[in-house]
Design a protein around this ligand. Structure first.
Ligand code: IPM
Ligand code: MG
Length: 354
């Protein structure tokens, strides 16, 4: 199995290095994998002027699965949109057709005090956010800037979903819900947006094919509020690209840290792009401070969803639980007074636990 590894920028290379240690440990135990690395984002822009060079895309297409770190950096913030690091990420998602983004937010019992919410509200939390990833205002056209007749600048984007785009992500939502608590909450803004009105109609229609799943609808503002008010009411949340981006960052804080949340982005055939949901964190990059667990847990998701190795996926997740039980903490998940270890040491601890 070929794995394309794209470290990216900021803390990306550091957390990816820990994931590679884990993969190498599994390879020693007989997992047959080949790893090849390529640049993406700012690193690729620096090397070739393109945040997603052809060679990187080619490698990603040829691989069975893609593992990514993070992209972006302060240095690139003034570049034109087309060559910004984020465009490399958005383009690879689009080119690979990975429309189904699964973002599990699980609270590990050891981290109950790392959450900013009271323990009683978050203990036992296990939510799965399914975010549509290749449509919506992220990709809608037209978009851009123009100057009005009065000489004023305007920026504009197009929020848009087709029936078929909504239908295919809805099917994923219902299928995943069937394997969990059979509860699906679809999140939209159907009291204002046409895009959302269609979303709600299509999701409701498809819901008829899954009579065992209890489908509910929630407006995104209300969902944002309910997520911190009573998060355990949710099991699977199904939503569009923009709302999913925002709600998954919010949900991450219920679990103690955004440094704990992995993600899988799948195409129709379960080929996947795997990445932590966090960004490149330029402020802590290169300092051995970042939490590598989200990336390591993304490896577990890769083993489960694309490589079909459920028992090895469990082994990696159990190793992560084990290091947390042993009390290993990076700064983001440490309660006051707890001893803090670095990115590298956390990677080593997981390998030892394996
Ligand atoms: C994410 C990130 C990206 C997104 C950025 C870096 C383009 O925030 O994966 O959630 O908005 O999708
Ligand atoms: Mg985001």
């Amino acid at each position: 199995m070929k794995i394309a590894v794209l470290p990216g920028d900021g803390i990306g290379p550091e957390v990816i290095a820990q994931a590679i240690k884990v993969l190498n440990a599994l390879a020693k135990d007989g997992l047959k994998i080949e790893i090849e690395q390529a640049p993406i984002g700012g690193a690729a822009y620096d090397a070739s002027g393109d945040p997603l060079p052809d060679a990187t895309l080619k490698l990603a297409r040829a691989a069975d699965a893609v593992l990514m770190g993070a992209v972006g950096g302060i240095r690139y913030d003034t570049l034109p949109r087309e060559v910004r690091p984020e465009q490399g990420l958005l383009r690879i998602r689009k080119e690979l057709g990975v429309f189904a983004n699964l973002r599990p937010a699980i609270l590990y019992p050891e981290l109950v005090n790392a959450s900013t919410l009271k323990a009683e509200f978050v203990s036992g939390l296990d939510i799965l956010i399914i975010r549509e990833l290749t449509g919506d205002v992220y990709f809608g056209k037209p978009r851009g800037r123009r100057t009005t007749n009065g000489g004023e600048k305007e920026g504009f984007d197009t929020m848009m979903y087709s029936e078929s785009e909504i239908a295919r992500i809805a099917h994923i939502g219902f299928k995943v819900a069937m394997k969990r608590d059979k509860k699906l909450c679809s999140v939209d803004k159907a009291n204002v947006l046409d895009t959302s009105m269609l979303w709600r109609e299509v999701v409701s229609g498809i819901g008829k094919e899954y009579p065992q799943v209890a489908l509910s609808h929630m407006l995104v503002d209300s969902a944002a509020m309910q997520l911190v008010r009573r998060p355990k009411q949710f099991d699977v949340i199904l939503t569009g690209n923009l709302f999913g981006d925002i709600l998954s960052d919010e949900a991450s804080m219920l679990t103690g840290s955004i440094g704990m949340l992995p993600s899988a982005s799948l195409d129709e055939k379960n080929k996947g792009l795997y990445e932590p949901i966090h960004g490149s964190a330029p402020d802590i990059a290169g300092k051995n401070l970042a939490n590598p667990l989200a990336t390591i847990l993304s490896v577990a998701m890769m083993l489960r969803y694309t490589l079909g190795k459920e028992s090895i996926a469990k082994r990696v997740e159990d190793a992560v639980k084990n290091v947390l039980q042993q009390g290993f903490r990076t700064g983001d998940i440490a309660a006051s007074g707890e001893q803090i270890i670095g990115t590298n040491e956390m990677g080593d601890a997981v390998v030892n636990a394996l």
